[in-house]
Ligand binder design. Structure first.
Ligand code: PMP
Length: 383
């Protein structure tokens, strides 16, 4: 009889597999949110996040999602009539356009062909031509799998004196983005990707220039998103504004500890290696990618379906092989699958995912040699 595991391994680009130590940290009686031991844990978590963000500014971790973090960044530094430049590499880049439009912000957009990134020279030219207050760039756009050259763009943002918002939802904690060093004024992120926590948190890193701009704005028309209401609680969690998701913060505390215990440089290097290994394995099976290899993300891969392989059948068969991968989003639906390789996963989980891809393709009559993908990935992992 065929054995079946009850739950598949979740290899979509978020939520990512949750380490048992994180689940264990959350699996306690819910503390009062201003109760001493919880306050200490909240403080430690925020201090750890500050280290990860690399900023002398502030950090915020509250109930919400990545999208709420994006909206908070926009409403705290921009007001009606301000000009915003959006560099979009896909669905999540475009989300900033929609958010800004709701608030009457004037938006210009730079886009690239799917799978490519906008060249920094093009961004420089645009910044020189317009009087922009801010610039948004998605570090890794999870729809296309491209990774933007944040360091170079941060340099441009400084030169042109615009506030630089980076969407780190699919990057923070996996890819380097030291805020103060790279000229990033705000990082918006969340917990269910590289931190490997169940979803439900809005996380922001806010640099000194963004804090100054918030002061200049005075009262804003958004309430829950207003940093001025939240920051006193982040500085002193014995205070109350709105009840935080206590058990998720306990999970984040453990997740942040894991990131720092691994070491930031080591964790970033591991993600670059995993990305390379996964793509080497898939390429050895003859598969191709949407993202250009010189800008392919360390955190996920966007894998084009070969002729004759349908999205429905592929993902259903993968699931029977106990691995959950994601389909394409927006105009890319049906054309590719997305596989995550971020957070607290092990080499063995990469390899088992590749094994499932091999078995699935074989079952769907795609010609391949079983084991070829795994061997290529292992060769990269062994260096
Ligand atoms: N930005 C990026 C790059 C994302 O991948 C996502 C979620 N996939 C979001 C923003 C939105 O985050 P959330 O779903 O937590 O609102």
């Amino acid at each position: 009889m065929k054995m079946r595991r009850r739950d598949p391994l979740v290899m979509i680009p978020g939520p990512t597999p949750v380490d048992p130590s994180i689940l264990k940290a959350m699996d306690v009686v819910t503390y009062g949110h201003t109760y001493g031991p919880f306050v200490e844990i909240y403080r430690e978590t925020l201090a750890g996040l500050k280290e990860i963000f690399g900023t002398k500014g502030e950090v915020l971790a509250v109930g919400g999602s990545g999208t709420l973090a994006m909206e908070a960044a926009v409403v705290n530094i921009l007001s009606r009539g301000d000009r915003l430049l959006v560099v979009s590499h896909g669905v999540f880049g475009n989300r900033f356009i929609d958010i800004a439009a709701r608030y009457g912000i004037e938006v210009d957009v730079l886009t690239a062909e799917p799978g490519e990134v906008v060249a920094p020279a093009v961004i420089a030219e645009k910044l020189a031509s317009g009087n922009y207050r801010a610039l948004t760039v998605t570090h890794v756009d999870t729809s296309t799998g491209v990774c933007a050259p944040i360091r170079e763009i941060g340099q441009l943002a400084r030169e042109h004196d615009v506030l630089f918002i980076v969407d780190g939802v699919c990057a923070t904690g996996a890819i380097e983005e030291p805020m103060d060093e790279w000229g990033i004024d705000i990082v918006v992120t969340t917990c269910q990707k590289a931190f490997g926590i169940p979803p439900g948190l809005t996380i922001l890193g806010i640099g000194p220039k963004a804090l100054d701009r918030r002061q200049e704005m005075g009262v804003i028309s958004n309430y829950y998103c207003d940093w001025d209401l939240w920051l006193p609680i982040m500085r002193d969690p014995t205070k109350y504004f709105s009840t935080p998701p206590v058990n998720l913060i306990l999970g984040l505390h453990q997740g942040v500890k894991m990131v720092l215990a691994e070491g930031l440089p080591q964790r970033f290097a591991r993600h670059w290696l995993y990305g390379k290994a996964m793509r080497a394995g898939l390429a050895a099976l003859g598969l191709e990618f949407l993202a250009d290899q010189d800008c392919a993300a360390p955190t996920l891969s966007t894998v084009l379906y070969p002729q004759g392989i349908s999205d429905d059948k592929f993902r259903a068969t993968m699931l029977r092989n106990h691995i959950l991968v994601a389909g394409g989003v927006g105009s890319l639906a049906g054309k590719l699958f997305r596989v995550g390789h971020m957070g607290n996963i092990a080499e063995s989980e990469l390899l088992v995912t590749l094994a499932a891809v091999e078995l699935t393709l074989k079952e769907l009559k795609y010609p391949l040699t079983l084991g070829a993908g795994i061997a290529a990935a292992e060769a990269v992992l062994r260096g």
